[in-house]
Write a protein that binds this ligand. Structure first.
Ligand code: ADP
Ligand code: MG
Length: 288
């Protein structure tokens, strides 16, 4: 069909040495690609097939699901199509030109509370939608939240979800350097007692904390200490100088997300009713 034709025309560009790299993460390299016929730019995620050996049928099923799900919400990066060679899988997404939330936080130091609340409201709305489809993101963090354009008030977009459950996590350590900080991982992941939807709500708490003060709550010298701090829920709204202008409502929101017991943590749908988000200015005017 038409979609398949688009990706076939893209092959030469993205596999060529001239392809501009947009970023890389836990599993993949993401390159800029152009649809030759229309001149439209896309982001192409290149994943080494070794990471999903023996699960190829699962991969194809999952991609079909993600294609469908990604079209269902304005703040999720649309997956247009995919194709594969013997070594790699190529996923074609809408191009987000505004960069990662991570870089904007670093550039600003931190966000004003009202701006943080409107961003978090949008993120939680999109997470609630993902959860309603039965999918868990599992890797929510500011590196996976992208701005659609370079504008200051650009839409925030959720990227990089769904595929984690078909990856062979044992092979990940063989193929790439050990992934970075466990800072956004929920306590139940370390305790090996679950990794369902509540892990995404925990991550929203860590992201919100980061937005408000410019550093993450469980930063420690080693990954072991960090994991212990997470399992104990050991964080503070300190140094106080960084938290002086942050309301009790915002702190309560963070505390609620960072509930250690996943069964007592609120759902994303519930979070939308929290006063901090309910009172927030929408980040955009929703489509009618
Ligand atoms: P991984 O699974 O390896 O973490 P991601 O999907 O998170 O892969 O992509 C890695 C990085 O590539 C992102 O953090 C981001 O900087 C960049 N990137 C991913 N998707 C897009 C996109 N649609 N538009 C622009 N940049 C992107
Ligand atoms: Mg990523």
């Amino acid at each position: 069909g038409r979609q398949a034709a688009i990706t076939n025309e893209l092959v030469d560009i993205i596999t060529g040495a001239s392809g501009k790299t947009l970023g890389s993460g836990t599993y993949a390299v993401v390159k800029e690609a152009v649809h030759i016929k229309t001149g439209t730019y896309y982001a192409c995620k290149v994943i080494n097939k070794k990471l999903m050996e023996g699960r190829e049928h699962m991969v194809r099923n999952e991609i079909a699901v993600l294609k469908h799900v990604s079209r269902g919400h304005r703040n999720i990066v649309t997956l247009h199509d995919y194709f594969e060679t013997s070594h790699n899988l190529y996923l074609i997404f809408d191009l987000c030109t505004g960069g990662e939330l991570f870089d904007r936080i670093c550039a600003k130091g931190n966000y004003y509370e009202a701006d943080a609340a409107s961003l978090v409201r949008t993120i939680v709305g999109a997470v609630a939608y993902i959860h309603s489809t039965g999918i868990v993101h599992r890797d929510l963090k500011p590196e996976n939240l992208l701005f659609r354009t370079k504008d200051e008030d650009a839409d925030i977009m959720i990227a990089d979800f769904g595929l984690s459950r078909i990856m062979d996590e044992d092979k990940l350590h063989l193929l790439t350097e050990v992934c970075g900080t466990p800072g956004y991982m929920a306590p139940e992941i370390f305790k090996k007692t679950g990794h369902g939807k509540p892990v995404d709500v925990w991550a929203v708490g860590v992201i919100t904390y980061f937005l408000l003060c410019g550093y993450t709550p469980f930063d420690r010298d080693t990954q072991e200490e960090e994991a212990r701090a997470i399992m104990r829920g050991d964080y503070k709204f300190e140094p106080v100088a960084y938290w002086a202008n942050v309301s009790e409502t915002a702190r309560d929101f963070v505390r609620t997300c960072l509930t250690i017991d996943p069964n007592r943590r609120p759902t994303a749908e519930h979070l939308l009713k929290h006063k901090w988000l309910a009172d927030a200015t929408p980040h955009f005017v929703a489509d009618p």
